[in-house]
Design a protein around this ligand. Structure first.
Ligand SMILES: [Zn+2]
Length: 390
């Protein structure tokens, strides 16, 4: 039978093969839609829909069906030939005819986890460096996340800086499906110097990043109030903060496009969240040691960010904007101690707890191979390296 598989995935398409009345329906589950809805919308009558659902019973978890899942129904002369249901690249179910019965099974898709060293050289931004290296640019946000306490990926990144990540890649049929965890990362830059971090699992299962000497990669405050996001602007944008200590306008201005995610630099409690004539949409958060941060001119406040709410470090609390008395898109960021403005760029914040003393030797043993992999000269530019046995 003529194959008619090369069909678009988003719309319900019908393709009639030349030699048989084969009809293929491709659909995506829409929000609020059940699997049954999608099957009926794909041309199955009620009786067949029922039979498909009972065949899937016990094989497929209907609760986990969600918008975006793909259903492909192949009818032959108006009768269901087979059907597949796809949820992401690794989860696929097949319902096929077996005599008069319909049988369902989960398809086994072989996915291999490999460790790979990804090396990026910055020409304009870390995002573009990832694209230039043929990687998924999400690795840029992964790196920014790992180094968030020491590197501001908007303003500290310079042309010629190099970043490396030892990262898990999930591969199927030679194609990288997605990244897994970052196990180690390094950054060498003209502004930030050399930074290396290693992931280590503490007793109890908590995983955290540490420097080579066992001190924590985390600090009480993040380096920047702007979460790194997809921005292709590179150095052209005015990301360099402008210190502005004139009159009541105390703080740092980060010129940034409207919509840049703003995150809480430290754990705390929201003191105020709402409209201010000068500050526009504005959020202030109280932290430990009578420290307080404020984020002004936002285009949007995050859900649930209201006075009294607890927020955690790295939580996106809003999006940058140009509301209130603002001459252009920017984030005004202010830090106070005991009610008095202080310069956020010159503060030194303490690191979180280091690797406990009794685990230091285990830590050293565990990170040694990671360090060796991270620092090794890559064999091929971006080649995949098979995972080594533990
Ligand atoms: Zn300002």
């Amino acid at each position: 039978m003529t194959s008619s598989r090369a069909l678009g995935a988003c719309l319900c398409l019908c393709a009639f093969a030349a030699d048989a009345a084969e009809v293929v329906h491709n659909r995506r589950l829409e929000s609020g839609q059940t699997v049954a809805h999608a099957l009926r919308a794909s041309g199955l009558d009620d009786a067949t829909t029922e039979r498909v659902l009972s065949a899937l019973e016990g094989v497929f978890e209907f609760r986990k069906a969600r918008p975006g899942d793909q259903v492909r129904v192949v009818l032959s002369d108006g009768v269901l030939d087979f059907l597949d249901y796809r949820r992401g690249p690794q989860d696929e179910w097949l319902v096929r005819r077996d005599g008069d019965r319909l049988v369902a099974a989960k398809r086994e898709i072989e996915v291999e986890k490999r460790l790979a060293v990804v090396e990026l050289e910055v020409t304009s931004s870390i995002w573009e460096a990832a694209l230039a290296a043929g990687e998924d640019p999400s690795i840029a946000t992964d790196l920014a996340d790992v180094f968030a306490w020491d590197i501001d990926f908007y303003r500290d990144v310079q042309r010629g800086d190099r970043a490396r990540a030892l990262i898990e890649k999930f591969v199927s049929k030679g194609r990288v499906l997605r990244y897994g965890d970052v196990l180690a990362a390094s950054y060498v830059g003209s502004t930030v110097g050399k930074k290396r971090v290693f992931r280590y699992e503490l007793p109890g299962g908590a995983r955290s990043f540490f420097l080579e000497d066992g001190s924590s990669a985390r600090k009480t405050f993040l380096k920047s109030p702007l979460k790194y996001a997809q921005l292709t602007s590179g150095f052209g944008m005015r990301f360099h903060p402008i210190l502005n200590y004139v009159g009541a306008h105390n703080g740092v201005d980060y010129g940034t496009p409207v919509g840049t995610p703003v995150w809480a630099v430290a754990d705390g409690t929201v003191l105020r969240a709402g409209w201010d004539k000068g500050g526009g949409n504005m959020i202030c958060i109280r932290h430990f040691n009578s420290l307080e941060t404020c984020y002004l001119h936002l285009s949007k406040l995050g859900d649930g960010v209201r006075p009294g709410a607890r927020v955690s470090q790295k939580q996106v609390i809003g999006l940058s904007g140009s509301t209130g008395m603002s001459t252009g898109p920017h984030l005004h960021f202010a830090l106070k101690r005991g009610g008095a403005f202080i310069n956020p760029l010159s503060q030194k914040f303490p690191r979180a707890d280091p690797v406990p003393a009794d685990l230091r030797s285990d830590f050293a043993v565990k990170i040694a191979p990671l360090a060796a992999r991270l620092d090794a000269v890559p064999v091929a530019a971006m080649g995949l390296v098979p995972e080594q046995p533990e």
